[in-house]
Design a protein around this ligand. Structure first.
Ligand code: NA7
Length: 531
C-alpha cells in the first residue's frame, strides 16, 4: 500500500490549493516545495517592481467565500510582496503547513505499473510512494540565463530576476546592464534606473506595453464590489480569459476609424492589458485590425519619449501586438528620458561576450558593475522536464515531449497513469487568469481521483488517440489567430533548440471548462480506467 494518496510537486497557487482541495476530499497529501517558503513564481520573482498584470480582485482564490470577504488588497494590481503575504495567509488560514514540506525539491517520479503507484524521490533523500502524482510546478519556473561566453569571468554580481536574492541587490550609484525587455525587464528597469548611476537597457526586441494606472483600492468600492463577488466569480469562470471584460463586442475594422481611436484612447486612460486588447473582437485574429492597435501604441511611445531616435528604437514592429505577452507599465517608456538611462540595440549589434569589466557587443564595449538578466523561462514544460519523470515501461517524460509538450486536455499525458499536470501544456493556463484555471484544474483532478477510487479502479490514463486529437485541436485554434506569428515563449521560441509548438489553449476558459466537464460526465471519455 502506498504511503500517501497524492504527492504534489510545488506549493505556489496551484500546489497550495491542491493540498487544500485534495485533503478536504479525505485524501492523504504531501506537497514538496523547493523554495524555503510557499508562493512558487511569487516566491522566486522578488525583484524590485515585480507586480501582477491581472487585477487583485481577479487574481485571488474563489474557492472560499469567507477568504474572499476577509482579505483586502491594497492596490488594483498587487505587488509581489502582497501576493506572497496572501498565499502565506491562505496556508495559515486553512492549516496547510503540516502537509507542505518546504526546501525540498522533487527530483524523480517513477510509475510502478505492478503496484499502480508512483515512487517519488526528493533531494533530501526521501522516497515516498503515492497513488497519484500531481504536478503543480508552474508554467514559468525554470529560469533561463543565456549562454554568454565569459559570463563566469564577470567581476561584478549578476542576477536573474526569477532567482532574485531575498536580501535584495544594491545598485546605488552603479553602472547596471539589463538584458531582456519582456514583462519582467519592463517592470524592473524603472526601479533600477531610480537608484543606479547608469542603466544600460540591452534590447533585442522592442515590446508593447500599456499603462497599469495602478492605484490604491478604495474601501467603499471594495465593500460594494464584494457584495457581488460570488456572481462576479461565476462570470469569470464562464469568460474567455478568466476575467470578465467589457469590450465593444465588435470588430475594429467594422467601426469608423475615429471611433476606434476614441475607444482605444479611453482604454489607454483606464489602463490594463486585457481590457485594452479585448476592446475589439478582431485584434488577435486579423492583422489589419492588429496594425491599427499597434500603431496607436507606437504613437504613445513617440509622444512619451523625447529623443525621436530612441522612440523609434522602442517602437515594436517584429510581431503583432498581443502575440507576445502584453507588458504593463506606468513608467517604462518615460524612463528613457532620464539622463542616466541608455537604450542599446542588440538586434543590429548582438552581444558577443561578457568580459570582467562589462559587456561586449559587436558595436563596442560597455563598462558595467552589475548585470541583470530578465531573460525569461523555459516555459510550460521546463520545470517538469527538470524532474526525472518516468511513465509506463520507464518512458521518460522528456522523451515523450522531445517533439514538444503535449497532454490530453492539458492535464494528463498518455503513458503517465495517475499523473496530473495543473495548467499543463494544452490548457488555457498562461493565456488566462491563472488562478481561475488553477482552481478549475485542481477541482477537476479531485473529482477524477474520487471517481477512480469510488469505482475501485487502480489507474486512469489518457488514451494516445484522445491526446493526439486534443493537441490537434489546440494547434488548430492557435493557428486561427495571430499568436503563432510571434517568436514567443508560448511557442517555445525563446529557448534555443526547443521545438516550435504552440502550447497554451486559446479556445477560452469557459468553453474549455465545459469540455473538461463533459469528459468527466461521459465517464472520463478519452481515458482508460484500469482495475
Ligand atoms: P520573456 O517574456 O520571455 O522576456 C525575455 C526577454 O529577454 C525578451 O526581451 C528577450 O528578447 C530577452 N532575451 C532572452 N534571451 C536573450 C538573449 N540571449 N539575448 C538578449 N536578449 C534575450 O520573460 P519575462 O520574464 O519578461 O516574462 C515572462 C512572463 O512572466 C511574462 O510573460 C508574464 O506572464 C510573467 P526577445 O524578445 O526574445 O528577442
Amino acid at each position: 500500500m502506498a504511503d500517501l494518496d497524492v504527492v504534489v510537486a510545488g506549493a505556489g497557487f496551484a500546489g497550495i490549493y491542491a493540498v487544500h482541495a485534495l485533503r478536504s476530499a479525505g485524501l492523504s497529501v504531501r506537497a514538496f516545495e523547493a523554495g524555503s517558503g510557499v508562493g512558487g513564481t511569487w516566491f522566486w520573482n522578488c525583484y524590485p517592481g515585480a507586480r501582477c498584470d491581472v487585477e487583485s480582485k481577479d487574481y485571488s482564490y474563489s474557492f472560499s467565500p469567507e477568504l474572499e470577504q476577509e482579505w483586502s488588497w491594497s492596490e488594483r494590481y498587487p505587488a509581489q510582496p502582497e501576493v506572497l503575504r496572501y498565499l502565506n495567509h491562505v496556508a495559515d488560514r486553512f492549516g496547510l503547513w503540516p502537509d507542505i514540506q518546504l526546501g525540498t525539491r522533487v527530483t524523480a517520479a517513477v510509475w510502478d505499473g505492478e503496484r499502480a503507484e508512483w515512487l517519488v524521490q526528493t533531494d533530501d533523500g526521501q522516497q515516498r510512494t503515492a497513488r497519484f502524482f500531481v504536478s503543480a510546478v508552474g508554467c514559468l519556473s525554470a529560469h533561463q540565463v543565456p549562454a554568454l561566453p565569459g559570463l563566469q569571468t564577470f567581476a561584478g554580481p549578476w542576477y536573474h530576476t526569477g532567482q532574485w536574492p531575498k536580501e535584495g541587490a544594491d545598485f546605488a550609484g552603479r553602472r547596471v546592464g539589463l538584458i531582456g525587455t519582456g514583462s519582467t525587464g519592463i517592470q524592473v528597469a524603472p526601479e533600477i534606473a531610480a537608484v543606479a548611476g547608469h542603466l544600460y537597457v540591452f534590447q533585442r526586441t522592442a515590446n508593447f506595453a500599456v499603462p497599469n494606472r495602478n492605484k490604491p483600492v478604495d474601501p467603499d468600492w471594495e465593500h460594494a464590489f464584494k457584495a457581488g463577488y460570488r456572481e462576479y466569480r461565476q462570470h469569470a469562470r464562464e469568460s474567455f480569459l478568466g476575467v470578465p471584460i467589457a469590450g465593444t463586442g465588435r470588430p475594429a475594422l467594422a467601426e469608423p476609424p475615429a471611433q476606434v481611436q476614441a475607444n482605444l484612447a479611453q482604454k489607454w486612460r483606464d489602463g490594463g492589458g486585457m481590457p485594452f486588447l479585448g476592446a475589439y473582437t478582431d485584434v488577435l485574429v486579423d492583422r489589419a485590425a492588429n496594425d491599427i492597435v499597434a500603431e496607436f501604441m507606437r504613437d504613445r511611445i513617440r509622444e512619451t519619449v523625447a529623443d525621436p531616435d530612441v522612440a523609434e528604437l522602442l517602437c515594436p514592429r517584429a510581431f503583432p501586438v498581443g502575440a507576445k505577452r502584453l507588458c504593463q507599465s506606468d513608467d517604462y517608456f518615460a524612463m528613457f528620458n532620464r539622463p542616466n538611462v541608455t537604450l542599446v540595440d542588440i538586434r543590429s549589434a548582438p552581444i558577443d561576450s561578457v568580459w570582467p569589466g562589462g559587456l561586449r557587443t559587436r558595436a563596442g564595449d560597455y563598462e558595467l558593475d552589475a548585470l541583470v538578466f530578465a531573460t525569461g523561462f523555459d516555459a510550460m514544460s521546463g520545470a517538469l522536464n527538470r524532474i526525472d519523470i518516468r511513465g509506463v515501461g520507464g518512458e521518460p517524460l522528456t522523451e515523450k515531449w522531445a517533439a514538444g509538450p503535449r497532454a490530453y486536455l492539458g492535464v494528463a499525458a498518455a503513458g503517465f497513469p495517475n499523473m496530473f499536470i495543473v495548467t499543463g501544456p494544452g490548457s488555457p493556463s498562461v493565456l488566462s487568469n491563472m488562478v481561475v484555471s488553477i482552481e478549475q484544474h485542481v477541482e477537476w483532478i479531485r473529482e477524477c481521483i474520487g471517481y477512480v477510487l469510488a469505482g475501485g479502479y487502480c489507474a486512469v490514463e489518457a488514451k494516445p488517440s484522445a491526446e493526439d486529437a486534443w493537441m490537434g485541436h489546440v494547434t488548430e485554434v492557435a493557428y486561427s489567430t495571430l499568436f503563432p506569428l510571434a517568436d514567443s515563449w508560448y511557442i517555445g521560441a525563446n529557448i534555443p533548440g526547443k521545438p516550435r509548438v504552440f502550447t497554451p489553449y486559446l479556445g477560452g476558459v469557459g468553453p474549455y471548462r465545459a469540455r473538461c466537464d463533459a469528459v468527466a460526465s461521459a465517464d472520463y471519455e478519452g481515458f482508460v480506467l484500469s482495475s
